[in-house]
Design a binder for this molecule. Structure first.
Ligand code: SAH
Length: 354
């Protein structure tokens, strides 16, 4: 998008190189030209497809998992049912549909959605079709109540910074200008106390990523769950500890150069789950579990077989492909991981273990 590229080039010529976090936040959420601020990017016609858009089974199993946590914790009579980054609202709609069968759950649930994009808020209101949705810009304003929260592909959209190791210090990877065009460069070396724990598992030249907004968000989620009870399911691509450059851009279902299309391509990075688990303390966290394993433990194959009985022809083929796509190791089953957050006094959510 020309508008945003010009805006970024002007800003860098005036103020000097910017961090990746600054670039990512501007490209995704700029009120006029930002990727999420201006469009609904999901589905076959959009830039990418997410798990809840692939099959209703995903939301059904997440919904029953959260409802079981609620039952196991004594079914508190008011709680926040929350989602961070709900996209089109499909996941929450499936959660609400499947939990209609759980006595008392809907009567006790307050619905809270964390979403910054006005276009997607509108889409969510339409899909979820309930008058009582409370929208939040950030997790900080979630009520002081037991919190049952899901975040699917939310954390990968939060702005990261990258640091390249130089001796025992670090140089930040920045975006500046080369011949008037956006280009990557490196800042001067500095010692960074917040990366001291990465000196033992990196060598000079290695690149690590940090995501301060992700840590701030899990700190709030963990604090609510610790204080009031609840459970958090964080689902995303990534690993226990980030190493290397995972900054990526996707447009029309294909990878593209992250600097080529400011505001016109989705920008993400892999999630560093260790950082999230650490910042969620004193809430407890589960072992990081592959999405395929998690969904199999929750019974996705039985659910798939039950749904298959009413399908034939192309619909049946699509359904079988969707099951495979969500669970298989060569598709989303291993790349996507699940981290559960829960009170120290409770069991981990079904499908997860410590
Ligand atoms: N969970 C959905 C969508 C994932 S895309 C699904 O699985 O289909 C990321 C979502 O997070 C979008 O709804 C986007 O608008 C929202 N988002 C991105 N950055 C955000 C931020 N900083 N605060 C709140 N929402 C954000």
């Amino acid at each position: 998008m020309k508008g945003l590229r010009d805006h970024l080039i002007a800003r860098i010529s005036e103020g000097g190189p910017i961090t990746l976090a600054d670039y990512m936040a501007t490209c995704l959420m700029h009120p006029e030209y930002g990727y999420y601020a201006t469009r609904d990017p999901f589905g076959a016609a959009g830039d990418f497809i997410t798990a809840p858009e692939i099959s209703q089974m995903f939301g059904e199993l997440i919904g029953l998992c959260l409802a079981q946590c609620w039952l196991d914790q004594g079914a508190p009579d008011t709680f926040a049912l929350a989602e961070a980054g709900p996209g089109r609202g499909t996941l929450m709609a499936d959660i609400l549909r499947v939990t209609r069968g759980v006595p008392g759950f809907h009567a006790a649930a307050e619905l809270h959605l964390i979403e910054t994009s006005p276009i997607l808020r509108k889409a969510q209101s339409k899909t979820i079709a309930r008058p009582d949705i409370t929208f939040h810009e950030r997790v900080d304003t979630l009520p002081e109540l037991p919190l049952y929260l899901v975040a699917n592909e939310f954390f990968d959209a939060l702005p990261i910074r990258q640091f390249e190791r130089d001796g025992d210090g670090w140089r930040e990877r920045l975006i500046g200008l080369t011949d008037g065009q956006l280009a990557f460069g490196l800042g001067g070396p500095t010692a960074l106390p917040q990366l001291a724990h990465r000196l033992s598992d990196t060598k000079p030249g290695d690149l690590v990523e940090t995501c301060a907004p992700a840590e701030a968000a899990t700190a709030v989620i963990g604090a609510r769950i610790h204080a009031h009870g609840g459970a958090g399911l964080i689902i995303d691509y990534g690993d226990w500890r980030s190493l290397g450059d995972t900054f990526q851009a996707v447009k029309d279902h294909a990878a593209t150069d992250p600097l080529a299309n400011p505001g016109g391509a989705d920008l993400t990075a892999h999630v560093d789950f260790e950082a999230l688990a650490r910042s969620a303390a004193p809430a407890a966290h589960s072992r990081l579990t592959a999405q395929g394993v998690f969904l199999e433990r929750l019974g996705i194959t039985q659910r798939a077989q039950a749904l298959a009985r009413n399908l034939d022809g192309e619909a049946l083929e699509n359904h079988i492909a969707a099951h495979r796509r969500l669970t298989h190791a060569t598709e989303m089953g291993t790349l996507f991981k699940v981290l559960g957050l829960f009170p120290k006094t409770a069991n981990p959510p079904p499908g997860l273990e410590t």
